[in-house]
Design a protein around this ligand. Sequence first.
Ligand code: ATP
Length: 282
Amino acid sequence: MNALAKLFQGGPKKTGTPDGLPELTRLPAAPETHVTIRGLNKQFGGVPLYQGFDLDIPRGKIVSIFGPNGCGKSTLINMIAGLLPVDGGEILFDGKSLRETVIGYVFQNYREALLPWLSARRNIEYPLIRSGMKPVQVKARVDELVAAFDIRFDLERHPYEFSGGQQQLVSIMRALAPRPEVLFLDEPFSALDYEMTLFIRDKLQEVQLQDRTTTLIVSHDLEDAVFLADRILLLTRRPTRVAAALNFELARPRGPESIADARFIEVKSNALEIFRRELASS
Ligand SMILES: Nc1ncnc2c1ncn2[C@@H]1O[C@H](COP(=O)(O)OP(=O)(O)OP(=O)(O)O)[C@@H](O)[C@H]1O
């Protein structure tokens, strides 16, 4: 089953108290934690990638994940999002399992992420219809997203008729449509031009400011990683650990001028130093 099919499998999500879940036995979660990861293990071909990995992801914040090539950034969010099985450990969302949690996922490769036989509007509606939402509510939610993202192109057209940036926008709107508790973005800007990246960054911030969705974003680009983040997680080489978690509290919305702000420059340079030290030590 491919990642897209996995994301939409299972129909309406269950809600209620989790049953049969093991109690957390390791570190207690920090206050305001939304996602708690304890004792995560993952290996590929017998080589460990994550070994007893613990992490607390704060509620309502944007957390960027940055680290050396191949350290397991995508693997981490794919395990949290349930697209990849874990070998061991526990991941809970406010104490609930993934099955009881609404998530949204934005793939790096938007061309394979959208369903090509559906119009853009139908793509955005897809998770809402699968969750059993009534047509009138589905329309209202899509109209709300169209307004929030200031969409001026015709959503009745099919994805292949759009530019890459427009397709990625549709993909983000689809991920946000069911009002996810946690939003995952894997390198969402890597295939976009700079103008589109700026536009999507702005809109994502506006929507996140309003909805306060816990957001995890994987980035290859340190400037991107810092720009959007409330917290930057710097990962080590494998077996992967968190080398440092840097908070970045610059007010939002952040615009192009934020890149020249002394606090931005300081956090970026701290992150770079930790990253370089990490590379040198391995
Ligand atoms: N399905 C798989 N089978 C075997 N090895 C895998 C698989 N998926 C990932 N890996 C390996 O696990 C490691 C981590 O991969 P992952 O894509 O998560 O890293 P990343 O930090 O996101 O990489 P990049 O910076 O290149 O995007 C890599 O060495 C990769 O080759």
